[in-house]
Ligand binder design. Structure first.
Ligand code: SF4
Length: 414
């Protein structure tokens, strides 16, 4: 069953020069990342933005802590073709300067801009230019800092029930911020409620989804490097997206942000929320039945797949146990055994070759098949796979009755 997305309001980010990206409503889930360069370093920032855009980013965010950062925005915008978001903290002037420079969206935390008229100025400038604002309530900066009594109360409550109280503080803060926007009659808003704890992320966004109809920007903050942050991020974002919650995502890693886009794209693709654009590799994990050097072959398959221009599904399987099944479910597949490889194209066996010939023959078939797809002579995932339906309702889960009906006696339990 395809995922049924929860309907929200929709905001539009971008302009003619950089393209328009919808967030929420009927728009597909937008993928975004954030540069790790100093924004005032125009060349490095442009290079990273363009790399992220080529990698599949629909939107890119840049930090503008300083005036020299917002001063660089005009030139950066001239050299990129993807909508940009300015990340503003503490200084409302940076938001106004970024808007003046032509930025497409603002990320703002009204909690760290204490003076309400300043927030209202940013809202007014955004309204004038039709620029949406993302309002965030992140776990890291959520506990009250100015008001000492409130801070002590919140800290005490967190000690009693950290996760539960954290979720309620985050949601309350968002409600408080949204009142400011509603008072200014401004609804081009995207919400976020990030935490480092995947369970808090799940609870906070589920609650936001119940209470608000604004689009949601999903993220797990400070997830660390990809090696340790991947599971933390994907478990929370994947669970929310699978329930139809989330309109734009950012995976955050302490690494080159291209990894955020690679993993975000794969997450959306495996959930069927984004059409696959590159070839897909299915491979068995190998085990004691393996009779070829599959791991070495697989990395070479992966390398060669980068040159294939259509999203062909390629399966590399180690033996006859699961090989034929995967071969049936892929466009091009090989399953190995007795130092040979049986090659399939769309469920039909086309060759049996010796181990040292597998790679070249497999790729001959992949290229031929991709070529036929490009010419319109073949369709991806079009093979006929014979799927045996389960036993009809009534027989499933009624094993003992079925056995009795077949005339077998039951063993006596002692
Ligand atoms: S396909 Fe064969 S070799 Fe690969 S993991 Fe499964 S049983 Fe093992």
């Amino acid at each position: 069953m395809p995922i049924v997305r929860r309907r929200t309001r929709k905001v539009i980010v971008g302009d003619k020069q950089h393209g328009f990206v919808g967030i929420g409503g009927d728009a597909p889930v937008a993928l975004q990342s954030m540069t790790s360069t100093y924004t005032y370093d125009i060349d490095a920032t442009v290079k990273q933005i363009n790399n992220l855009h080529r990698g599949g980013a629909d939107l890119v965010r840049v930090a503008v802590p300083d005036k020299r950062d917002t001063q660089a925005l005009k030139e950066i915008l001239n050299q990129v073709r993807v909508p940009l978001i300015a990340d503003v903290h503490f200084h409302f002037e940076r938001a106004l300067e970024a808007i003046e420079a032509g930025i497409h969206k603002i990320r703002l935390n009204p909690g760290n801009i204490k003076d309400r008229p300043k927030v209202e100025k940013v809202i007014a400038a955004c309204r004038e230019r039709k620029i949406p604002i993302r309002v965030g309530a992140n776990e890291g900066g959520i506990v009250e800092r100015q008001n000492k009594t409130q801070r002590a109360e919140e800290k005490a409550a967190l000690e009693q029930d950290y996760s539960g109280k954290m979720v309620s503080i985050m949601v309350e803060k968002l409600e408080e911020y949204l009142r400011i926007f509603a008072d200014s009659d401004f609804y081009d808003v995207v919400l976020s409620a990030k935490s480092v704890d995947p369970q808090i992320v799940l609870d906070a966004y589920s609650e936001c989804s119940r209470r608000f109809d604004f689009p949601l920007h999903l993220g797990v903050t400070h997830a660390g490097p990809p090696e340790t942050g991947r599971i933390r991020s994907v478990v929370a974002l994947g669970a929310l997206l699978a329930q139809g919650i989330g309109d734009t995502i950012r995976i955050s890693y302490a690494a080159d942000p291209i990894h955020e886009i690679e993993d975000g794209k794969e997450l959306l693709q495996v959930l069927g929320l984004r059409p696959r654009t590159e070839p897909e590799l299915i491979a068995c994990p190998t085990c004691g039945r393996i009779e070829i050097d599959l791991i070495a072959m697989m990395s070479e398959v992966r390398r060669r797949m980068a040159d294939i221009p259509v999203p062909v599904k390629v399966a590399v399987m180690g033996c006859v146990v699961n090989g034929p099944g995967e071969a049936e479910g892929s466009d091009v597949a090989v399953f190995a055994g007795a130092h040979k490889g049986v090659i399939y194209v769309q469920g039909e066996q086309v060759a049996t070759v010796k181990e040292h010939e597998i790679l070249d023959r497999l790729f001959d078939e992949v290229k031929k098949f991709a070529d036929r797809v490009q010419k319109g002579e073949a369709t991806l995932r079009n093979q006929k796979v014979e799927i045996k339906p389960p036993a009809p309702i009534g027989e499933l889960g009624s094993g003992w009755e079925k056995i009795r009906k077949d005339g077998l006696t039951l063993p006596v339990m002692r």
